[in-house]
Design a protein around this ligand. Structure first.
Ligand SMILES: [Zn+2]
Length: 282
């Protein structure tokens, strides 16, 4: 049974949250137009993310593969130009980490992006790699980390809000981490624990698909990559091995949604307003 104190401890933070919401407000998510709460100062979270990114770069081994660095820079240039008006204050930086077998990438508020070499090795072409990076950038543009913090704050007493560290949810979504045993893999797992719920993952798929198409990448390659990943996971004994699917929508769910959005994405792609590259990854 709830006594008066516990009722207060449940409702007071919510009331504080609602009051904050009214004063700080909502934001509209790019592409989907969804209204999301945002009680987080953009500069503040970007600064923390930049610090976190700097320490990740110290922990991870930087790639020395010029072809991999070039392809990620190329994708980064095209996507960051595409998303400019959705994330105008971002200071984009794209790091490539030498981590064979680690099929992962992440993006942080403020525009810090990390790509692991195992993902580049797995992709057949630039378009597939762009689909993953576009998905990660979509989380940033949609301010999913801001929203997650904002929701957390609404459920906590105000005093506790200041103690939420960015390190616990940074990065984000981790596409797929197959080699948890290695040094690189171990580090990566900590960084890329999925921070978002399935709804946000599907939203990032949607936004990312439109972004990649606008940047001149073939959106059909995103389906091809998902299919290949699904086959790869199945060949390695199923999705539960790494546990990452727990916070991600299933492959069929993602594929169905992406298929539904394909006409819209193709119409952006076929406009062909940008210079294109479709490097094949050997
Ligand atoms: Zn994601």
């Amino acid at each position: 049974m709830l006594n008066r104190l516990s009722i207060r401890s449940i409702f007071l933070p919510t009331l504080v949250g609602v009051a904050l919401l009214a004063s700080v407000g909502c934001q509209e998510v790019p592409v989907t137009g969804r209204n999301a709460i945002n009680l987080v100062d953009d500069q503040d979270i970007s600064k923390k993310a930049a610090e976190e990114f700097a320490s990740i770069k110290k922990m991870q081994r930087a790639s020395r593969n010029p072809a991999q660095i070039r392809i990620v820079e190329q994708i980064g240039r095209r996507l960051s130009k595409t998303v400019f008006w959705d994330v105008p204050h971002a200071d984009w930086e794209f790091a490539v980490f030498h981590a064979p077998g680690v099929m992962n990438a992440f993006a942080m508020p403020g525009g810090k992006v990390g790509v692991f070499s195992g993902l580049i090795d797995f992709c057949e072409n630039e378009d597939q790699l762009a689909s993953v990076i576009a998905h990660e950038i979509a989380h940033v543009a949609a301010r999913h980390t801001h929203e997650k913090y904002s929701q957390g704050w609404m459920l906590k007493p105000l005093g506790a809000a200041t103690s939420i560290g960015i390190g616990t949810t940074i990065g984000g979504t981790g596409i797929y981490v197959p080699s948890v045993g290695s040094t690189a893999g171990g580090g990566v797992t900590a960084i890329t624990q999925s921070a978002f719920d399935r709804g946000k993952e599907l939203e990032a798929d949607h936004i990312g698909l439109i972004y990649m198409a606008k940047a001149g990448y073939d959106p059909r390659q995103s389906l091809r990559l998902l299919q290949r990943m699904e086959e790869d996971i199945a060949s390695k004994g199923g999705p539960t091995a790494n546990g990452w699917l727990a916070n991600h929508p299933s492959f069929p769910q993602r594929q169905i949604r992406i298929n539904e959005l394909m006409d819209e994405a193709m119409s952006h792609y076929e406009k062909g307003e940008v210079s294109r590259t479709h490097t094949v990854i050997e």
